[in-house]
Write a protein that binds this ligand. Structure first.
Ligand SMILES: Cc1cc2nc3c(=O)[nH]c(=O)nc-3n(C[C@H](O)[C@H](O)[C@H](O)COP(=O)(O)OP(=O)(O)OC[C@H]3O[C@@H](n4cnc5c(N)ncnc54)[C@H](O)[C@@H]3O)c2cc1C
Ligand SMILES: NC(=O)c1ccc[n+]([C@@H]2O[C@H](COP(=O)([O-])OP(=O)(O)OC[C@H]3O[C@@H](n4cnc5c(N)ncnc54)[C@H](OP(=O)(O)O)[C@@H]3O)[C@@H](O)[C@H]2O)c1
Length: 627
């Protein structure tokens, strides 16, 4: 067996009291102080006597600690939409020491796709693209799948990858506060079944609470007086049948645009209240859209069962979503061309009643707001049972809505497609070191916007990450990919923390300030800063853009591939020496005869791509058993 190494002790500050005692006393104190197991102590301490002038360390190295020992981390994820589900798949695979809990206030996972079940809800990005990179469904029934099929896909991912075992359903997180002494987050959790609240402690917390989850009804006077059926589209009552009813839809965002043509088909009359113009796009990335479902042919689905055929198909489809970034760039040919194209498309679609478009063509550029490919929307507005109302709403009444031009409208049901609170301010208190993000990020708060370092974390809030929060995705690429790469970044941070004697980690203020400054320089080169209200600016035209990454999705991937450790501040368990975690000079793996110490060797002819050689974090000597 290998002998334990004699400690190599670094130089010591000669001015300390310790340094001024006699060398032999210091040497004895150092050696007897080592907490080595008996055998190792013997070997370390019975080595040849050192010359008296040999330098003495301030560090008592931990002879029990092997470099590959990791601190167990208790990690909480708040939310089990596609982000939380992906966290439940990737974090246990990538963070060896993790104990994971995912809190979800709903009765099941899937978030957006569980909650939104209004008529016509479906993705506007092809389903083959809007799915995980590593667990694809090759058998989507339609190009733009219905919400229920997307919900079932994410539920099946959770089942397949055994995520449910980490999920506490019907558990709502009501607040989070950081305990500096313990270096832990205290989450106040409300069990919606038992109505009991408890406090649970975690080393790390990841918020995956969604940016459209805090849906909101408008706050018009009299809203509580309305005697008919009142619902937000994200809170649709599947038991209410709008067939043959007089209904209203407020809002022309993506939800309103989807629900109106579907209600037009079954309701007696639809009154659509629209406050501002919006672009009706052809589609994202040029994929053809129709109002009618666009099912895959049976033979196409069969061909997708061949892995090579499927890979080729998906790569071609997905690539287009990575290439559309230039359309965001102010003055680019792609963006300029889009305005003309959309005007033409809108005119064509509303050709039955061209007057409809008066005041409906935006003065902001396409892509200032997220595009809304609205197949069937403008066509439905031209139907006889639909009225478009541009006059502002004054108030709700017992029977309906009154507009500022004193017109009264009567309805059986009012559906508010009025979106969510998209300022990205946490809807519950998140406190650390005297600051509460719930206040500090509000427009009148200390920061006034979601102040973050690269959208991943924020200064002063250690061991806290945001998933699909501020700056989470590039204006290109796909949401599931961005979530996966963010989680890979967080796993790297957690592995560092758990293996390098780190108590807590937070981005520095200087780094966050530079990131914000970069964003402020970058976003004006895009049309995102045009005069529109969007979830990129928290719904306030002219506000700082915080919804998207400052750059393309490929740009984001490059930057987040390796954490810039120099941008982080650390609190260590051993404040004396940052290398205390080096421990006894061994790996635990190497003292176990059953481990593979040469995993880097491969059969001749099976060598790796040399770019990958010695790059993997998990394939280290002694890290796995001999095969
Ligand atoms: C109707 C609709 C259609 C959309 N279509 C598309 C599309 O076609 N393409 C696209 O790219 N994006 C689309 N989006 C955006 C979509 O929200 C994201 O793509 C993605 O689903 C976000 O997933 P998430 O897990 O981050 O958030 P969510 O799906 O919102 O999940 C958040 C979860 O957190 C839970 N939660 C929140 N607060 C708490 C709390 N305090 N305690 C416990 N749990 C909590 C919620 O219950 C929810 O389950 C759409 C959004 C909506 C509303
Ligand atoms: N797959 C899809 O097709 C799909 C479907 C739904 C949602 N989504 C996603 O979800 C996001 C949110 O979409 P959303 O439609 O729910 O919300 P949204 O895009 O924020 O749209 C909300 C709409 O409600 C209007 N509104 C808000 N408050 C109002 C008030 N008090 N009075 C009158 N009108 C009011 C807004 O008008 P103003 O413009 O004047 O503010 C806007 O038209 C989208 O951007 C998209 O990312 C995608």
């Amino acid at each position: 067996m290998a002998r334990s190494p004699i400690a190599i002790v670094p130089d010591v500050d000669k001015t300390t009291a310790e340094a001024q005692t006699s060398t032999s006393t210091r040497r004895a104190a150092q050696l007897t102080g080592h907490l080595a197991p008996a055998k190792e102590t013997e070997e370390v301490n019975t080595g040849p006597a050192l010359p008296p002038q040999y330098p003495v360390s301030r560090l008592r190295f931990d002879a029990h600690h092997h470099i590959d020992d990791v601190r167990p981390l208790r990690v909480a994820v708040v939310g089990a939409g596609l982000s939380g589900i992906t966290a439940g798949i990737l974090l246990p695979a990538k963070v060896p020491s993790i104990t994971l809990t995912i809190f979800e206030k709903n009765g099941d996972v899937s978030g957006t796709w569980l909650e939104n079940n209004y008529p016509g809800v479906r993705c506007d990005i092809p389903a083959h693209v809007y799915q995980s990179t590593f667990s694809p469904n090759t058998q989507w029934s339609e190009i733009f799948a219905e919400g229920s099929e997307i919900r079932d896909y994410w539920k099946s991912c959770a089942e397949k990858h055994d995520v449910y075992k980490y999920v506490k359903l019907r558990h709502r997180v009501d607040s989070a506060s950081w305990d500096d002494e313990q270096s832990q987050w205290h989450l106040s959790v409300h069990n919606l079944n038992t109505k009991a609240s408890s406090t649970e402690r975690f080393d790390f917390v990841i918020f995956a609470i969604g940016r459209f989850n805090a849906w909101k009804l408008p706050d018009y006077p009299g809203i509580d007086d309305f005697k008919g059926h009142l619902r937000h589209t994200s809170n649709w009552d599947p038991l209410y049948d709008p067939s043959g009813k007089k209904v209203a839809v407020i809002g022309n965002g993506a939800s309103g645009i989807q629900v109106v043509p579907n209600l037009q088909l079954i309701s007696k009359h639809v009154t659509h209240f629209v406050r501002n113009p919006t672009w009706i796009a052809t589609s994202w990335a040029g994929d053809e859209r129709t109002f009618e479902p666009q099912p895959y042919l049976e033979e196409e689905r069969q061909s997708f069962q061949d892995p090579a055929t499927y890979l080729h198909f998906r790569k071609e489809l997905e690539e287009k979503y990575w290439r559309r970034f230039r359309a965001m760039v102010r003055g680019s040919e792609e963006n300029e061309g889009m305005r003309e194209l959309f005007i033409e498309v809108m005119r064509k679609r509303a050709s039955k009643k061209p007057e409809l478009l008066e005041g409906l063509i935006p003065d902001f550029a396409p892509h200032c707001r997220r595009l809304t490919p609205g197949p069937g929307y403008l066509e439905s507005l031209t139907e006889d049972n639909v009225e478009l109302v541009k006059a502002p709403i004054k108030r709700f009444t017992a029977r309906g809505i009154e507009t500022t031009d004193s017109k009264q409208y009567h309805f059986d049901a009012i559906f508010c497609a009025t979106g969510a609170n998209t300022d990205l301010v946490p809807p519950f208190s998140v406190k650390a070191r005297g600051v509460d993000l719930k206040e500090a990020w509000k427009p009148d708060g200390t920061y006034g916007f979601p102040y973050t370092y690269m959208g991943v974390a924020t200064p002063g809030f250690p061991n806290l990450f945001f998933l699909a929060g501020p700056h989470a995705t590039g204006p290109s690429g796909t949401v599931p990919y961005a979530v996966e790469t963010a989680l890979t970044y967080y796993a790297k941070v957690m592995r560092k923390v758990s293996s390098q004697g780190i108590k807590s980690i937070a981005p520095s203020k200087a780094a966050a300030d530079d990131f914000v400054d970069y964003c402020d320089a970058f976003f004006p080169s895009t049309v995102l800063t045009d005069n529109c209200s969007s979830w990129n600016n928290g719904g306030v035209p002219g506000s700082r853009i915080h919804g998207l990454w400052p750059g393309s999705a490929a740009h984001q991937t490059f930057i987040r591939r390796d954490p810039r450790w120099e941008d982080w501040e650390y609190e260590r368990f051993n404040p004396v020496n940052r290398f205390a975690y080096f421990g006894n000079g061994y790996t635990r793996g190497e003292v176990d005869e059953g481990t593979d110490l040469t995993p880097y060797l491969r059969a001749p002819g099976q060598e790796l791509d040399l770019r990958d050689l010695h790059e993997s974090w998990w394939d280290l000597p002694g890290a796995s058993k001999k095969s």
